[in-house]
Write a protein that binds this ligand. Structure first.
Ligand SMILES: N[C@@H](CCC(=O)N[C@@H](CS)C(=O)NCC(=O)O)C(=O)O
Length: 218
């Protein structure tokens, strides 16, 4: 029997990068083991060195082969475990999805900085800087474009890598109660209602670590 892949992740409450491949594997019913490494602790470098020289989660281990970086991992999962089902078949829809995922990977620094993922908390009355508001507005128009093109209910029609990639944003929008057009609020609620997301949330609630820099004080 082939060994299950192993996903090395960080704290479920805070690690937005880890959530992406974890959700993709769960949504597609791929069996895997997970190793959780507490972020920003003294033991993290030593624990990580066992898996990769890159001191960052997530990392996917397939036998003794390691892939790091959430985007590379999702593409590896797509090729090796999902026979391409991580993307829609329609080439244009797939390219739109790839553009959206690349944009998520390389953009929105102000939103990420001001609204760290914190799945177990709920805030009211957060005010965004102009730069973070611009990031948020861009994500809103991007989601609207994808949903209009695909007809939903997921960003590219069926659940895909794009939804896994934007799940941490959906989580942030809900955590910080960000005002959204009604159809996008419904999209975020749909992400949070996934059984897999609920499993992640329960585990996050059971975690005891608090990373002060990731906790927004109003
Ligand atoms: N671009 C990387 C970013 C990974 C990343 O920054 N991971 C954070 C946790 S969410 C981390 O491991 N930080 C530890 C550190 O920087 O020492 C990816 O997509 O996987």
């Amino acid at each position: 029997m082939m060994a299950k892949p192993v996903l090395v992740i960080g704290n479920k409450n805070y690690s937005s990068w880890s959530l992406r491949p974890w959700l993709l594997l769960k949504q597609f019913g791929i069996a895997f083991d997970e190793v959780r490494i507490p972020l920003f602790t003294e033991q993290m470098p030593e624990l990580m060195a066992e898996h990769t020289p890159c001191n960052k989660v997530p990392v996917l281990k397939d036998d003794d082969f390691a892939v790091w970086d959430s985007l590379a991992i999702c593409e590896y999962i797509n090729q090796h475990f999902l026979v391409g089902k991580g993307w829609p078949e329609d080439p244009r829809l797939m390219s739109l999805g790839r553009s959206a995922v690349a944009e998520m990977h390389s953009s929105f620094p102000d939103l990420r900085h001001e609204l760290p993922m914190n799945v177990r908390r709920r805030y009211d009355g957060v005010s965004l800087s102009a730069a973070a508001q611009k990031d948020s507005d861009r994500i809103i128009s991007l989601w609207q474009q994808l949903l209009a093109h695909s007809n939903g209910p997921w960003l590219l029609g069926q659940f895909s890598i794009a939804d896994a990639f934007y799940a941490p944003v959906a989580s942030r929008f809900m955590t910080y109660n960000i005002e959204l057009p009604s159809e996008l609020k419904a999209y975020c609620q749909q992400v949070l209602a996934l059984e897999a997301y609920q499993e992640w949330l329960s585990a996050a609630k059971a975690e005891t670590e608090v990373i002060a820099e990731e906790e927004v004080e109003l």
